[in-house]
Design a binder for this molecule. Structure first.
Ligand code: GLY
Ligand code: MN
Ligand code: MN
Length: 469
């Protein structure tokens, strides 16, 4: 409807007609809507390992998500979303230009000089790669110290940018609303990654496929690892070789836990020998060059065969995982799959006589006794971060519902500590986790990691075939 056309009265309406004078009066005297805030999303800074050596750089996942840039050469870069129009933003990427050959940086700057770390794209190349307008990084300080719309910042990623945007020297007065507005930005940046698009799901499938290959490498390497005094490290190294060769590396520190080390939830020291009669809990994921990671756990009998008691624990965990996976569907509460898995665990522990109360009593919110043996949640969102979307608001994630395109892990475990006197001796020191990666579909969930066997006998057959090959 053209702007000045009178709005017709609804048929039968008792609203009074609007006079031309009132119509004119109604269009004037309103305060302008505040313009949207700017937003700054940094890639992050190099961190010193020692002296003039740095840790390998990985851009922050929010930056990688918004720019598609994932390389080590992104350090210090900042994406700024400038208000544009009444509600929109124009993205501008501040990047380090190539070092000119008439200066000294290209051969003297150990961190960024192209003779030290390699060529990087010039501004025009960066624009072609991203479709985002690019400006030289050294223009950013002047921009930030000049008159600006309020700027929201992804905090804690780039200390220099934190200071430039919010530092007391710059603002002069504390801005008590800034922390809240920045937290809102972080929440949005987490939430926009909850639903993965088809390209992202393909990247996650690629990460899973490389991870599957890495697990196969590990099984083939077991005879050698069993002979090494730090067999866990050997396994970490074998998986890391696959991760680094096929992708950017591992998406998190590999957990290679033999025997009772499997009862330590994040055992990443990996400095133990492999006990041939024990289980190996391997929790590992390849991160693609685009920075999407898998997160998979298999618990393998190092002898190639589960002992009866190992199988008993394994099959309870697997049944819990089956129940968790069966609870995945769009519209289900995010917490449902954990509840389903924990019911199976609690019933199993009660049947074994480990729980001295009924499963129902243990599962009561005021009790939770079974949690002595499970300790952690049964899964999380997966994507650019292994624990993806962690800044999303509770109501959209932990207290929210599953949606088509969510990618998550289901990973129940039982961690029967070696010194736990509530357990029969034969169960002590056994740790089992089974972790798979799934995408929520219209009618349930699709297993991305189906190439790795889950059932105990299928695991034994798979190991046998790999060890013979
Ligand atoms: N590898 C960490 C986790 O499973 O959450
Ligand atoms: Mn996980
Ligand atoms: Mn894991």
């Amino acid at each position: 409807m053209p702007e000045n056309t009178p709005v017709p009265l609804a048929v039968g309406s008792h609203d009074l007609p609007v006079s031309p004078a009132l119509a004119d009066f109604m269009t004037r005297g309103w305060a302008a809507s505040p313009p949207p805030d700017a937003a700054s999303v940094p890639a992050g800074r190099l961190t010193t390992r020692s002296n003039d050596c740095d840790h390998r750089f990985r851009p922050h996942s929010a930056y990688a998500c918004l720019t598609g840039l994932a390389g080590e050469d992104q350090c210090d870069h900042v994406l700024v979303l400038e208000p544009s129009g009444t509600t929109g933003h124009e993205p501008v990427l501040y990047v380090r230009p190539r070092s000119p050959r008439d200066g000294a940086a290209f051969y003297r700057d150990r961190r960024h000089g192209e003779f030290w770390v390699g060529r990087r794209p010039d501004l025009a190349e960066a624009e072609r790669l991203t479709g985002i307008r690019c400006l030289p990084l050294d223009r950013l300080p002047a921009l930030l110290s000049g008159p600006r719309p309020p700027t929201r910042l992804l905090r804690g990623v780039d200390p220099a940018l934190d200071h430039a945007v919010h530092g007391a020297a710059h603002r002069g007065v504390a801005d008590h609303g800034a922390a809240h507005r920045d937290a809102e930005l972080a929440a949005v940046l987490g939430e926009l990654r909850l639903v993965k698009d088809p390209w992202e799901i393909a990247q996650l499938q690629l990460a899973v496929d490389h991870t599957t290959a890495g697990f196969e490498d590990v099984v083939r390497a077991l005879p050698r690892a069993l002979r090494h005094p730090r067999g866990e490290r050997w396994i970490e190294g074998v998986f890391g070789l696959r991760a680094r060769a096929e992708g950017n590396g591992t998406g998190y520190e590999t957990i290679a836990a033999s025997g009772a080390h499997a009862c330590v939830l994040h055992w990443t020291r990996n400095d133990g020998a492999l006990d041939p009669g024990s289980l190996l809990l391997l929790d590992a994921g390849v991160e693609t060059d685009t920075l999407y990671t898998a997160d998979i756990t298999r618990t393998l009998p190092l002898s190639g065969r589960f002992s009866p008691v190992q199988r008993q624990v394994y099959e309870l965990v697997l049944a819990a995982q089956d129940a968790g996976i069966a609870a995945l569907r769009p519209g289900a509460s995010f917490r449902d799959f954990h509840r389903a898995a924990m019911r199976v665990v609690a019933e199993g522990l009660a049947d074994w006589g480990v729980l001295k109360v009924s499963a129902d009593e243990a599962l009561d919110a005021d009790s939770g006794r079974h949690r002595r043996y499970t300790l952690c949640g049964s899964g999380h969102m997966l994507g650019l971060d292994v624990h993806d979307c962690a800044t999303a608001r509770r109501e959209t994630y932990l207290d929210g519902v599953l949606d088509v395109g969510h990618v998550l892990t289901v990973e129940p475990g039982l961690y029967l500590q070696p010194d736990d006197e509530t357990l029969p001796p034969e169960l002590r020191g056994i740790g089992v986790r089974v972790e798979d990666d799934l995408v929520i579909t219209e009618d349930g969930a699709r297993l991305l990691s189906s190439a790795l066997p889950r059932a105990a006998s299928a695991v034994e057959e798979w190991m046998g075939a790999l060890l013979e090959s």
